[in-house]
Design a binder for this molecule. Structure first.
Ligand code: PLP
Length: 380
């Protein structure tokens, strides 16, 4: 049988209709403990729900399948997944390389927490493979990549960075939250692990916080599983259920996010109050060729820089009506925010500081005409 398509896996992987009841959907197993048939006689491998829960296990198999990976692990948030992955791969004295516009929370965790435990890091532009090679030291164990980046929409060449990392004996991790596995599958491009904030596009409805790690590396997965149980930042069964419910429609949602984003990009590109549009789908975007090579389409995130500086950017954010002023991204509803004052405020004064005339839009799946009219009136 030929390999199944993306949506078939997204809808079916990990679960067949329940043998006993025929339930088409995976039940929410709200049970913290599991009866044993005699001491040590676990049924289906479950004993205690921090270690393993049947609903979570289905989510983990499903996410692994859609990321083209063998092993998936669910976490209570994207940051919990990031934390577990850093702890599974780094020891005191080790060094890692991170992009100059990494997710603010990832940077903060490394800069404020991991450095206290003897980890050092260097910042390199994700677009520049030679700069990443130059930032690697004999102590480098990990190269961290986000592509496209948040909020500057820079694009890194995953296959090229994987080669550079592996040549130095380091692992490559890709935060695939922005692209989602529908648009880009880092493991097939050479990454050793993928991390997700499932809070965003995978959940897709702004109603659940979660994270996940997928890898093909059995040792790495076993180290992650140890931390998942040992530190305990696990998602509850209802969270796992909601995330799976979102994943089933990921492909149709992503296509609509991309359609709407393309229309808005066209509008912004011709608008006099917009100084610059950052979107990898634009032919003159510096990362366009790489994005076209490794992504199916260019995603639902757009950033724009306004001609009127910080005031104009804050004003734009305040005046939209369909676009809600809020942090986060990847939901069905359109959101707008000012990264310098909101999501990326913690990067002020650091190497990861973002321009103050920058506005980030998470383009939802509403009717494109309503979104266009909304940004038109907000910029008028
Ligand atoms: C939101 C986000 C995270 C953190 O995930 P949480 O679920 O909020 O903990 C990490 N990386 C990226 C790219 C994100 O957008």
């Amino acid at each position: 049988m030929s390999e199944q398509g993306f949506s078939t896996k997204a809808i079916h992987a990990g679960w067949d209709p329940d043998e006993r009841t025929g339930a088409v959907n995976v039940p929410i197993y709200a049970s913290s403990t599991f009866a044993q048939d005699g001491v040590g006689g676990m049924r289906d491998g479950f004993e205690y729900a921090r270690t393993g829960n049947p609903t979570r296990r289905v989510l983990e198999a499903n996410i692994a399948a859609i990321e083209a990976g063998r092993f998936g692990r669910g976490f209570a948030s994207g940051m919990a997944a990031t934390d577990a992955l850093l702890r599974a791969t780094l020891r005191p004295g080790d060094h890692l390389v991170i992009p100059n516009d990494a997710y603010g929370g990832t940077f903060r965790l490394i800069d404020k927490v991991f450095t206290e435990w003897g980890i050092t890091y260097s910042v390199a532009p994700v677009v520049d493979v030679e700069a990443i090679r130059a930032a690697i030291t004999p102590a480098t164990k990990l190269v961290w990549v986000e592509t496209p980046t948040n909020p500057l929409l820079n694009v890194g060449d995953i296959a090229a960075v994987a080669e550079v990392a592996h040549a130095a004996g380091a692992k490559l991790v890709v935060d695939n939250t922005f692209a989602t596995p529908y648009l880009q599958q880092p493991l097939t491009l050479g990454a050793d692990a993928v991390v997700h904030s499932t809070t965003k596009y995978l959940g897709g409805h702004s109603d659940v916080v979660g994270g996940a790690i997928v890898t093909n590396d059995e040792q790495l997965d076993s180290d992650i599983a140890f931390l998942q149980n040992g530190a305990g930042a696990v998602p509850g069964p209802f969270d796992a259920y909601l995330t799976m419910r979102g994943i089933k429609t990921l492909a149709v949602r992503m296509d609509r996010h991309c359609d709407n984003a393309e229309k808005l990009v066209e509008f912004f590109s011709a608008h006099p109050k917009i100084e610059k549009v950052l979107y990898p789908g634009l032919a003159d975007h510096p990362g366009h060729a790489v994005a076209a090579k490794q992504m199916r389409r260019f995603g639902g995130m757009i950033s724009v820089q306004l001609t009127g500086g910080r005031e104009a950017a804050l004003d734009f954010c305040a005046r939209t009506k369909v676009f809600t002023l809020a942090e986060s991204l990847g939901g069905i509803e359109s959101l707008i925010e000012h990264p310098g004052a909101m999501t990326h405020a913690s990067t002020a004064g650091s190497l990861l500081e973002v321009p103050d005339n920058l506005v980030r839009l998470s383009v939802g799946i509403e009717d494109a005409d309503d979104l266009l009219e909304d940004v038109r009136q907000a910029l008028a």
